[in-house]
Every structure is written in C-alpha cells, then in structure tokens.
Design a protein around this ligand. Structure first.
Ligand code: FPP
Length: 254
C-alpha cells in the first residue's frame, strides 16, 4: 500500500469521538443509531491510520462518567462494543494491528471483558498499529491507580510512572506520549482523557461530528500536525538546544 504519511507524522494520535448523539438527532433517529454510525467511522480511521504514519491510536469509547447516560443508551453502546471487538479481531490481526483496552474491566457487562481479553491475546503480535480503546476510563482514576502502585516502588521517575499508567507494571512498555489529540463535534475540552499523556500534545478541535469524520479528515489533521513547531518548553529549531537536566528520581514513601 502506498503511504500518504507526511515527513513528520504524529506517532500517537488520540481521539475524543464526539457528536454521535447530535448526528442521530439531526436525522430524527435514536441516539444509539449515531453510535452505530460511529462504529463505521472507527473502522475507516483504524484502516487509514497506519498509512498516515500513525503507530498508536487511542480512541475514547466510554468514559467512567458515561455511566450517567440513560440505561438504554449505555446498553446499546456496550452491545456495539462487544460486536465490534468480536467482529474485528480477525481483521485487526490480519492487518497487523494490536488491540488493547484502557480503563476498568470489572464493571463491564457480561461477555465484553472476556471478548476484549480474547482480542488482546489474538492480536498481541501486531506491530503495524497499536489500537487502544479507552472504556470505562477516567484519566484521574488512572493516575490515582498508578500512584497507589508507585507507592510500593523504591524510586519513581516519569518513565516508570508512564509504564504504570499504561496499565502495566513498572517494567512494562509505556505507551508513548500523545502527539496529536483530536476532538470531533466542536466542543473544546479534554473530558478526563489521557491527562498525563497529553502534557505536550497538539490539540485539534474540529466541528465535524464523529460519524461524518473521514479518512481525508484524519489525513488533514496529520498534515496540520506535521506543520506545527513543537518546542517542548524550548525556544524552537533555530536556537541552540541544550540538553535538559537529568531526571531526578522521586523517592516513594517507605
Ligand atoms: C460521544 O458522542 C460518543 C460516545 C460517548 C461513544 C463513542 C463510541 C463509539 C464511536 C462507538 C464504539 C467505539 C468503538 C471503539 C468501536 P455523544 O453521544 O456524546 O454525542 P453528542 O455530544 O452529540 O450527544
């Protein structure tokens, strides 16, 4: 496949997939019809991402605060997610994609956590794209959980903390920081998504509703990112760049 990747693509793209409900309401349809259309967009974007140079894609499918939605909408979303995981596992594995899930698993309805575990196992060797689905996810809860586990370690660095945040132990592979965060649907907020990992992310808020978001829109977003100058607190490419001071490990409580 020919790659459309620009020279400096975002390695890690995270997306808040907003606007499904409004998309459905505008068509006189029930809100779950918008989520169903949103699943089609997920398929398109997952397919397009590797050709654009994206190595890790994190999608916000359900926040821990989304349990406040009407029971019927939550049930419809969980059903769609289970169907997606079951239907897409083979295709993801064939395409060289690895699927993992972020968030709590103990509150998911019957069959979903098991389907996710099976998909994670079946796609474990994928290297072309790491697809992370955030489900029953709260960044603040994830940070608290990592902090609790960090307290048992003799010393803590940012790198070790990032490994704990990715759901692994202190020696696990951390997900890279988010380079580009996209939120569809016109709102301009983070909604408790990847608060640590987005420390230096470029933020792109687009008015398009998620079911209408296309591979061409993702390509435009990647091109927008590639033209950004990221300074990470420095002064830019033209100026001398001294090395940052070495990271000081923070001793944990004994
Ligand atoms: C926000 O739109 C969207 C969600 C809470 C659900 C996102 C889920 C999907 C796109 C489908 C399943 C995902 C995967 C990974 C297969 P909203 O309902 O808040 O829209 P609104 O702001 O227009 O009401």
């Amino acid at each position: 496949m020919q790659s459309d990747a620009p020279r400096n693509p975002p390695r890690h793209v995270a997306i808040v997939m907003d606007g499904n409900g409004r998309w459905a309401t505008a068509r006189g349809l029930p809100r779950p019809a918008g989520h169903q259309a949103g699943v089609e967009t997920v398929r398109r974007i997952v397919e397009a991402a590797p050709g654009l140079g994206v190595e890790t894609l994190t999608l916000y499918a359900f926040s821990s605060d989304n349990w406040r939605r009407p029971t019927a909408e939550v049930a419809a979303l969980m059903l769609l997610l289970r169907r997606f995981v079951r239907a897409e596992t083979g295709r993801l594995a064939e395409a060289g994609a690895r699927l993992t899930m972020l968030g709590r698993r103990d509150r998911l309805p019957g069959g979903l956590a098991e389907a996710i575990a099976a998909a994670e196992q079946a796609t474990a060797h994928g290297t072309r794209l790491h697809l992370r689905v955030a489900l029953d996810y709260s960044a603040r809860d994830a940070i608290l959980d990592a902090a609790r586990r960090a307290a048992a370690l003799p010393a803590l660095t940012r790198d070790v903390f990032a490994r704990l945040l990715s759901g692994g132990d202190h020696a696990a592979e951390p997900a890279p920081d988010v380079d580009l965060l996209i939120r569809t649907g016109g709102e301009q907020r983070l909604s408790d998504f990847l608060l640590w990992e987005c420390a230096y992310a470029e933020l792109l808020f687009v008015p398009r509703l998620w079911p209408d978001f296309s591979a061409a829109d993702l390509s435009d977003a990647v091109a927008w990112y590639a033209a950004r100058e990221r300074r990470f607190g420095g002064v830019g490419a033209g100026a001398p760049q001294p090395a940052p001071p070495p990271a000081t490990p923070v001793p944990s409580a004994a």
